[in-house]
Design a binder for this molecule. Structure first.
Ligand code: SF4
Length: 379
């Protein structure tokens, strides 16, 4: 197998479509005889495409056009955004409602999709029926750094197929191996990486945009991810889930490359904590990352919802500029030694919060609305 690379510097659908066609031809992907397809972008929260937190709709539009031209009539765009988020709003804000209306494709929320139980290393796992039934599954990740997994590319994006309950499994099972085991179930036939503008630093939600000019096409998640990681300046052998995936036979970390793209060094995420102004989110690899995603979603909600503009946003600004706020999560969370106020997220930290008399946000994970409400009352 190989990975095709091209340099694209703007979100021009025509240019992306032409590059995609070149990639499909170079890799010898046969789209003939297929009638249905499901496309999975990364739509983790309700963020505008220009933030580079989500897969840009121009890339998915190009994918839809190529599939349609190949005779694929029924196309569904599916994702399962974070817990407690308004999924309609996620689809709208990221530009996918407009895209679906324009192109006549369907939108599906994986969180409520029909599932089939499948055997996996740890028992049984619900896989969306549509991923197994569609003639083609196209995974369209975003090029981003990640505080727990160094990079978030197609293997991490594939995890978005899980139900809300199953997404928490990483907490019980460890972080990296479950990602690899999930990648063995219903793998995509085509992977298209949106690296035109990526996200560096405190990804996957709070990083800085990075113009990378990369479009990559592949047929194997591991090989595309290894290539994406290298282009960001990381050694894929040092990225735990990628190294495990190679050992497990999911592909090679050194695929043949066709086409070219320049390496663009991405600033990695800090492994100890993420930081926005004086708000620190401490990492704990026993956390499944849904708690901190919910916290970020709660802050985003407060910024967008006028009812919090005079009640919560000033408090966040105060803590961000003049105070110090520490967010902790996970079964083995520790109270940071630095000064400031500590917030314990989720049921994993309940005992610690009780013992230490700290503010606690219940839930597994707390919903974005609960996060905003609890902060409004308790900060
Ligand atoms: S409490 Fe938070 S970190 Fe713990 S399992 Fe639930 S969502 Fe994951």
């Amino acid at each position: 197998m190989a990975v095709f690379l091209d340099q694209i510097h703007r979100y021009d659908v025509g240019e992306i479509e032409a590059a995609l066609r070149r990639g499909i031809e170079a890799l010898g992907v046969d789209l003939g005889g297929k009638r249905t397809a499901v496309i999975k972008p990364n739509l983790v929260i309700a963020a505008a495409p220009k933030t580079a937190i989500v897969t840009h709709p121009a890339v998915v539009t190009a994918v839809v056009r190529v599939l349609r031209a190949a005779g694929i009539e029924r196309i569904t765009i599916a994702d399962g955004p974070g817990v407690g988020l308004d999924v309609d709003e996620v689809f709208r804000k990221t530009g996918y409602v407009a895209l679906a209306g324009e192109l006549g494709v369907e939108l599906l929320n994986f969180n409520v999709a029909e599932r089939r139980e499948r055997e996996w290393k740890y028992g049984r796992l619900g896989v969306p029926a549509i991923l197994e039934d569609a003639d083609l599954y196209v995974n369209v990740p975003k090029l981003k750094t990640h505080g727990y997994t160094t990079v978030t590319l197609s293997i991490k994006n594939h995890k978005g197929m899980l139900s809300e309950e199953d997404k928490k499994l990483d907490h019980h099972l460890g972080l990296h191996e479950p990602l690899v085991e999930q990648a063995k179930l219903a793998p995509p036939g085509l992977v298209v990486l949106d690296g035109i503008v990526g996200l560096e630093g405190d990804g996957p939600l709070n990083g800085k945009t990075k113009r990378a000019g990369i479009l990559a096409v592949g047929t194997n998640m591991l090989e595309l991810d290894a290539t994406g990681a290298r282009l960001m300046g990381f050694d894929p052998r040092e990225i735990t889930h990628l190294a495990i995936a190679e050992r497990e036979g999911l592909g090679t970390l050194d695929p043949e490359i066709t086409g070219t793209a320049e390496e663009v060094r991405f600033e990695p995420a800090n492994e100890e904590y993420g930081r926005v102004m004086n708000i620190y989110s401490w990492r704990d690899c026993t956390a499944c990352s849904m708690c901190i995603d919910s916290f970020s979603a709660g802050v985003h909600l407060a910024i967008r919802d006028p009812r919090y503009w005079f009640t919560l946003v000033p408090k966040l600004l105060y803590w961000g500029f003049f105070g110090k706020l520490h967010i902790i999560q996970g079964r083995e969370a520790k109270v940071p030694s630095a000064d400031g106020r500590v917030i314990c997220l989720g049921k994993c930290t309940r005992d610690l919060a009780e013992r230490e008399g700290l503010i606690h946000f219940p839930g597994c994970p707390p919903s974005a609305r609960d996060v905003a409400e609890t902060m409004r009352r308790k900060l």
